[in-house]
Design a protein around this ligand. Structure first.
Ligand code: ARE
Length: 517
């Protein structure tokens, strides 16, 4: 039987089963964690603030654990990791992709057991422990909107059928498809401007959980509280837009505090577009949101000149609420993530090379939101599996930053330099904004740091105010200060704070007050 037909039949059967179940359905709410009281029951008010994070997407737990000491030394305060729950394990390729184990298997949960492509539950725990010991907080990509949309087998070994996940357990009544709340004709989101469909129907065929029910909320909170119990500091909420504000709030209220005694960080994935009620702004009461619209604006500024000969990074003088984005305080910002990296033409990605690096350096300097730097694996086809441990097992190999299979942009010396710069200047205000009205900009952050960015194809000399005292400073993009010498380009600032400096093509120059040699 062709899979779609099987699926349709299975859905019909599930619907019947759901109707039967709904009659005798009794609410059983498992205790959230047993140990820590939920946020609702405590007076915890401070929310975890992530600082600069590295998104080591689909790196395995062992490799992340190892990398945390590098992250700590480079000034990152957190790491975001891929969805750790048990997921779909495909048995073969199909008409959509011949790849047996496309990267997106992990976005199809089967249970909240932590056996995954990235490792075992014990390895996950060990990774969190190691990272926390190094001073790096861990943020988990939480897939709580849905379960799978295909398959019957999983990495954890548990089998399932449509709308039946015995190991959670979830049955047909735990899905919107069967509660009758989804208004579309086929149970899927057909109209992304329709609130009911966006919240209550299946996103790309993924079985949408009945997240307004107390039972489902308690199961989800149980999963997230397990992670918090292991020392996790917060979550990137996958498809947050499709859970909806009320259900997100219901789940969040059931969470425990983090091990640091704060409310967990909660960054919601909410794509722009659609009516106001579905906009990222409309979710900022429920948590921070991912800076997806900001990523597009960054692309337009850095890339559109090359593509269309219009626009330039001079437009970034206004970036934030002034350009229609969510406020800095409510945003997790980035140049790219695992989806947008595969969306050339709308967002920058590692394949954009110097432009991508420069955009990351700029974002760290601009200081909008909680900036995140993305590093993952190289790919040719957008469905490509991450490098495999043993051929086609689906289990992810250890990361190597030198074998060409992984991108390790968070280690790029110029990006690392700007992480330190970002941390040092803190909340200092942007001043002395300069632009040549084309593709070069420069600015200071208070009297703490100065940076210049050239997105053009040739080097450019500028004469600008730095806001810093007279002296010779070490450019932290081309090198760093070691004692009183500089391994990069020294830059002179005169008694009135001005400098005359050449900003390399597709490059930056930056220094902090403490980089004086
Ligand atoms: C896979 C197959 C599908 C199949 C499905 C179920 O590709 O053909 O139907 O499995 O069997 C990722 C992949 C999907 C993959 C899925 C599950 O991208 O291809 O489906 O994993 O394995 C909207 C949502 C947004 C969502 C995107 C995909 O608003 O939340 O669609 N993004 C998150 C993740 C993705 C992930 C999922 C959610 C699912 O970040 O990586 O999917 O967990 C406009 C609209 C947006 C829309 C966007 C799509 O901008 O405004 O609303 O985003 O386009 O790019």
């Amino acid at each position: 039987m062709p899979p779609t037909r099987f699926r349709r039949l299975a859905r019909r059967t599930a619907l019947l089963a759901a109707t039967t179940l709904a009659v005798g359905f009794s609410l059983s709410v498992p205790a959230a964690d047993g140990v820590a009281p939920t946020l609702k029951a405590t007076k915890v008010t401070k929310t975890d603030e992530p600082g600069v994070t590295a998104n080591l997407w689909e790196w395995n737990w062992k490799s992340i654990g190892k990398e945390c000491s590098v992250l700590a030394a480079d000034g990152y305060s957190g790491v975001q990791v891929a969805p750790p729950q048990n997921s779909l394990k495909r048995l073969s390729g199909d008409a959509e992709t011949a790849t047996i184990h496309p990267w997106w298997e992990v976005y199809q949960p089967v249970s909240y057991d932590l056996t995954s492509r990235m490792g075992s539950e014990a390895q996950f725990k060990a990774m969190v422990k190691k990272c926390r010991a190094a001073g790096v907080k861990v943020y988990v990509d939480a897939v709580i909107n849905h379960m799978t949309g295909q398959g019957t087998t999983s990495y954890g070994g548990q089998d399932y059928t449509p709308y039946n996940y015995p190991d959670v357990p979830y049955g047909p009544a735990d899905f919107h498809y069967n509660t009758g709340e989804c208004s579309s004709s086929d149970g899927g989101i057909q109209d992304f401007n329709n609130k009911n469909q966006v919240f209550k129907c299946n996103l790309v065929g993924l079985e949408d959980l009945d997240t307004d029910s107390a039972k489902v909320q308690a199961e989800l909170a149980g999963y997230l509280n397990k992670l918090l119990g292991y020392g996790v500091s917060g979550f990137r909420v996958d498809a947050g837009k499709h859970v909806g504000q009320d259900d997100l709030d219901g789940i969040y209220a059931r969470l425990n505090a983090t091990k640091d005694g704060t409310k967990p960080y909660w960054a919601l994935e909410v794509f722009g577009g659609g009516p106001g009620v579905l906009s990222p702004q409309a979710f900022t009461k429920s948590g921070d949101v991912l800076g997806l619209d900001g990523g597009r604006q960054i692309f337009n500024a850095f890339k559109s000149y090359e593509a269309n000969h219009v626009g330039s990074i001079a437009t970034l003088e206004v970036f934030g609420t002034g350009s229609g984005l969510t406020s800095s305080a409510k945003t997790m910002s980035f140049v790219t993530n695992h989806d947008t990296d595969r969306n050339a033409g709308e967002y920058l990605g590692y394949k954009d090379g110097d432009t991508y690096i420069l955009a990351n350096q700029w974002l760290l300097a601009q200081g909008y939101g909680s900036p995140q730097v993305y590093s993952s694996f190289t790919w040719n086809d957008r469905a490509d599996s991450p490098p495999d441990k043993n051929g086609t097992s689906g289990l992810i190999a250890n990361t190597s930053c030198t074998n060409g299979k992984w991108t390790c942009d968070h280690r790029n010396p110029g990006i690392v330099g700007m992480v330190g710069w970002h941390n040092y200047v803190g909340a200092a205000k942007r001043t002395n904004f300069y632009t040549d009205e084309f593709n070069v900009i420069a600015f200071s952050k208070g009297t703490k740091g100065w940076a210049a960015f050239n997105n053009g194809p040739s080097a450019k000399e500028i004469r600008v105010q730095t806001g810093l005292p007279k002296g010779t400073y070490c450019d932290i993009i081309s090198g760093k200060r070691v004692g009183s010498s500089c391994t990069g380009t020294p830059v002179a600032v005169n008694t009135t704070g001005f400098t005359r400096v050449t900003v390399p093509a597709k490059g930056a120059v930056a220094f902090k007050r403490t980089d004086r040699v």
